[in-house]
Ligand binder design. Structure first.
Ligand code: IVH
Length: 676
């Protein structure tokens, strides 16, 4: 196809997507099923990755979620409306709890109490009350600003217009879910695709009289902005909500321990079909509001809550083949190629088998009939094998002991943290020497959080690799553009676009640069820590000469695993060549510490010894949130040394010598309290 025709086809698809989105999000009555919608989205993405000149601000690669519709006035939420992280099984819950415990530096797991609240699948809304009067109500929108749907909300009987209770806060945003009961949904006879769409559609009618016709319900579960709310626990808040005249979920419970959460989950999942409203999981919130405050948020979700989703969709299919994929860090991941099936509107043809152990444990073989689960956005996986349908001739799957890409030996490493052998088998070749690893490393290098080279997608990396245009990351900055121009699917304009994308990324922050190198165990967070500590690429390069890797141990958050990984990175001559070449082609900016106006502005801290009831990570966040910074050496630059239990004497002596102020944990926390 010619370029013009491709562009025309692309535009047509984008126009169709805009139309479908309008019907789905604004009119709440989808005109095609999920499968057709997903196919269209995929077609657009495929076209974009094949032809990098195709761009549209309405592309599904650009639009996430949906903006408030134009019909209503937009108003900012005084406190953002966050979303929730998902958990799908007990392992996820254990991890969730472990992270919290680490953050809080708490050991007694049995003590943690949760508010377990069935998650109604409706539309969330935030209702502002002032002096007991309902003032206005907003939809969630994009979490930062919502639509003013006050008039429509006023038609809902469950929302009290005036609250006279003495202990009702003078100002508060009450948040909860608007939904329609299944019984009422059925009466609407086919007007909407599902109860959620029905709720969303009626709630956002231009004419509130139309909303009034639909029996919408409201249950309350949290608050946003507040003034004068005096409670200590989420369960207490839920009780108060009832006293104030709001409806709450009758299945809410307070529960201690993951085991009991699982029991409750199963009970409720069994009841799910007989409830008169749709629930898609259970929300667990740390019950103690003080702990919630300490835990805070990561990105746009609270650290103190998680949504335990019900297994969304299952389907039965046959395994046609088992392939081994090789990741950027050499991990060998088995993937089942299955006979394509439609699970919940999405066509599934791959299912991850996780690792060798999983295959052995479930005895998964090529030819087996299996139950596949697709839950949320995670990759579908095999739940179980139907042994009755197994072919007599079938043979156990033999996991390869050599890398299928480069033939190197594979190993299961010993994990010093868990003191166990890893479940994952890895290729032992040195990174770029294995073709598959090298390709994955380059994909990582150009990816969003690394160099973020727009239009340089995974398909292009694979294609350029095949054509021998790239072998190492630095090749990206010395591409032969005239050769690319003559390739199938490329032209002058698309090559210019690519060149522009690459050229604009020739200056990069130090932390992104470190992350882009794809050193094992150095994710974005660790890259940030290292960049702050070393502050410039020059110091990073010096590591290869001075070999002072162990100095990095002074960085809070960097441990032995990370240091060993950095050492091994620098011991590889290809990596050194990559670094050297890159430095000649691009500019890496020095790290700058973000400053605002907190109480610790321009103040530096160092911690020594174990703190009581607060982890290092939390202490560090507290300091940084208040504009202070942490340094790792006692020097004249240090303002305060905070000492915990069993501090290092050497550090205290050095601080005394330099007249540095020494603080106990309490003294330090008191400094913070003065601000509130
Ligand atoms: S708390 C701060 N509690 O789930 C955390 N949310 O994915 C978010 N939801 O947009 C709010 N039941 O629509 C909370 N008991 C409950 C909930 C609940 C349903 C929805 C809500 C939110 C979404 C987050």
């Amino acid at each position: 196809m010619k370029k013009k025709e491709i562009e025309k086809e692309y535009k047509k698809k984008i126009q169709k997507l805009i139309k479908l989105n309008k019907f789905y999000y604004e009119k709440n009555s989808p005109i095609v099923d999920d499968r057709e919608y997903d196919t269209l989205k995929n077609d657009i993405l495929k076209l974009e990755s094949k032809h990098s000149y195709l761009k549209s601000k309405n592309s599904p690669s650009k639009i996430v979620g949906f903006k408030p519709s134009k019909n209503f006035k937009k108003i900012s939420h005084r406190v953002p409306m966050l979303s929730l992280a998902n958990a799908f099984d007990q392992d996820d819950l254990n991890n969730f709890e472990k992270k919290i415990m680490n953050y809080l530096n708490q050991k007694d797991y049995s003590e943690i109490e949760y508010s377990a609240e069935p998650k109604i699948d409706g539309i969330s809304a935030s209702l502002s009350f002032k002096n007991g009067k309902f003032i206005n109500g907003l939809s969630r929108g994009d979490g930062k600003e919502g639509e003013d749907i006050t008039e429509n909300l006023k038609t809902i009987n469950d929302i009290p217009q005036t609250i006279l209770s003495k202990d009702f806060p003078s100002e508060i945003d009450i948040r909860g879910e608007i939904f329609i009961q299944n019984y009422d949904f059925k009466k609407l006879a086919g007007k909407f695709a599902n109860p959620r769409n029905a709720a969303s559609g009626s709630l956002r009618h231009k004419n509130p009289l139309e909303t009034k016709k639909i029996p919408l319900k409201f249950i309350a579960y949290t608050f946003g902005y507040e003034k004068g709310l005096n409670i200590k626990k989420q369960s207490e808040f839920l009780k108060k909500l009832k006293e104030w005249g709001f409806k709450t979920n009758p299945l809410n419970k307070t529960i201690k321990g993951i085991k009991n959460l699982m029991k409750n989950y199963k009970d409720i999942e069994n009841k799910r079909g007989s409830l008169d409203f749709d629930i898609d999981g259970i929300v667990y919130k740390i019950n103690d509001l003080n702990l919630q405050r300490r835990l805070g948020n990561i990105a746009n979700a609270p650290r103190w809550a998680v949504a335990h989703k019900f297994s969304a969709n299952n389907g039965i299919s046959k395994i046609e083949n088992i392939e081994i994929q090789i990741g950027r860090t050499g991990a060998l991941t088995p993937v089942a190629k299955i006979k394509p099936i439609n699970i919940g509107g999405v066509v599934v043809s791959n299912a991850t088998l996780h690792n060798e152990e999983e295959i052995i444990r479930k005895d998964i073989r090529v030819g087996d009939t299996v139950l596949i689960e697709r839950a949320g956005d995670v990759i579908p996986h095999v739940i179980s094998v139907d042994l009755k349908l197994r072919d007599n001739e079938s043979k156990k799957f033999m996991f390869p002991l050599n890398c299928p890409s480069c033939g190197s030996k594979t190993v299961k490493e010993y994990n010093i943290m868990t003191k166990k052998e890893d479940a994952v088998r890895r290729c032992t070749s040195e990174g770029f020497e294995c073709e598959k690893i090298a390709i994955e490393k380059i994909k990582h290098f150009v990816s969003k959080e690394a160099f973020n080279i727009e239009g340089f997608g995974k398909k292009i990396v694979e294609n350029f690799w095949k054509l021998n245009l790239i072998r190492l990351p630095q090749d990206i900055f010395r591409l032969d553009y005239s050769a690319i121009e003559n390739l199938d699917g490329w032209g002058k304009q698309s090559v210019n676009n690519l060149k522009y994308s690459i050229d604009t990324k020739k200056t990069i922050s130090f932390e992104r640069f470190i992350f882009a190198l794809g050193i094992r165990h150095i994710g974005l967070e660790n890259a940030k820590l290292i960049s702050k500590n070393l502050s410039s690429i020059k110091n990073f390069l010096l590591l290869s000469e001075t070999k002072r890797f162990n100095d990095l141990i002074n960085i809070d958050g960097i441990g032995e695993t990370q240091i060993n990984s950095i050492k091994s990175f620098f011991s590889n001559s290809t990596n050194l060549r990559v670094l050297k070449d890159l430095c000649g082609l691009i500019k890496v900016k020095n790290a700058i510490l973000a400053k605002s106006n907190g109480i610790f502005i321009n103040k530096t801290f160092m911690l020594t010894g174990k703190l009581d009831g607060i982890s290092r990570a939390e202490a560090k966040s507290l300091i940084e949130e208040n504009s202070g910074s942490i340094i790792s050496n006692v020097s004249k630059k240090l303002d305060y040394l905070i000492i915990g239990e069993k501090p290092t004497k050497r550090k205290i002596d050095a601080a005394k010598d330099l007249n540095i102020k020494i603080l106990s944990q309490t003294e330090w926390l008191n400094m913070l309290n003065k601000t509130s």
